[in-house]
Design a protein around this ligand. Structure first.
Ligand code: CIR
Length: 259
């Protein structure tokens, strides 16, 4: 059983962190409806959706992906790069405790889950404004007993590595080549975003299908033409908060500690 941890949109989302985007008004009610649609998509694709406790005073708390890395063997609680986001991790650690032995990134490490792309037994970590080499070294040490490779990747122009590249099929990546060099990842089939849709490289792969924003019709056509099963959702409001679809869930197999 695949679990999806989510958290409802904070009423303070209008005060979210922004790095590459200008602030625009966010309709909180619409953001909540869209987030609900996203949770329904996760359920429709076979996930058990578990909601974390709400964090109404933490503007970015809906973006739960950034707070932990959950692998089959262990979970690592991150130390988010933005100070306003550091308090988000406490409830996530509580929620993950029954499922995985927990580790945590400590100072001077900073890392957001949005910077971590796992492809098989390799973790690629974006060297962005939110993640640093100290955290990479901590992740590498924590995961060494389990046979993972952990590699830093240069990203430019976007918030996180997964703004620039995500996995959309067993052997396929969706990439914005202006923000990351796809050759870094080795031998994958590459679908490039339409150049007029730079933010379109973020999709969540759930089993064999992706959840994907309706905001990128030209890249959507490319995905369909490549045979990727796509479940569209409306995400206009979370996109204004510099969020995307991977960032609104933590997906993992429901293995208990000790299993
Ligand atoms: C932030 O800047 O931290 C939030 N406004 C957006 C976080 C999006 N997270 C993600 O893509 N993993």
């Amino acid at each position: 059983m695949l679990i999806a941890l989510t958290r409802q949109v904070s009423p303070a989302i209008g005060q979210c962190e922004l790095t590459h985007l200008a602030r625009q008004p966010i309709d909180v009610e619409l953001a909540r409806q869209q987030h609900h649609q996203y949770e329904n998509a996760l359920s429709a694709l076979g996930c058990l959706v578990l909601r974390l406790p709400a964090e109404p005073t933490l503007p970015d708390s809906v973006f739960v992906e950034d707070t932990a890395l959950v692998l089959d063997e262990v979970a690592i609680i991150t130390r988010p790069g933005a100070d306003s986001r550091k308090p988000e991790t406490a409830t996530v650690a509580q929620a993950l405790k029954p499922y995985r032995p927990l580790h945590a990134i400590v100072e001077p490490g900073i890392i957001d889950g949005g910077d971590v792309l796992r492809l098989g037994k390799t973790l690629y970590v974006g060297l962005s404004s939110r993640s640093n080499q100290a955290a990479i070294e901590q992740v590498r040490a924590i995961l060494a007993p389990y046979g993972y490779r952990v590699e830093g990747v240069a990203v430019t122009g976007c918030l996180h590595l997964k703004s620039a590249v995500t996995q959309v099929g067993a052997d396929t990546l969706l990439v914005n080549p202006c923000w990351v060099d796809a050759e870094t990842f080795g031998d994958w089939q590459i679908i490039e975003v339409d150049p007029s849709e730079p933010y379109a490289a973020n999709a969540v792969l759930v089993n064999d299908a992706i959840i994907y924003p309706r905001s990128y019709p030209l890249t959507h056509q490319r995905l369909v033409a490549a045979g990727v099963p796509v479940h569209l959702v409306d995400a206009t409001e979370l996109i204004k908060a510099e969020g995307a679809v991977t960032c609104c869930s933590l997906l993992f197999q429901a293995l208990s500690v000790g299993q």
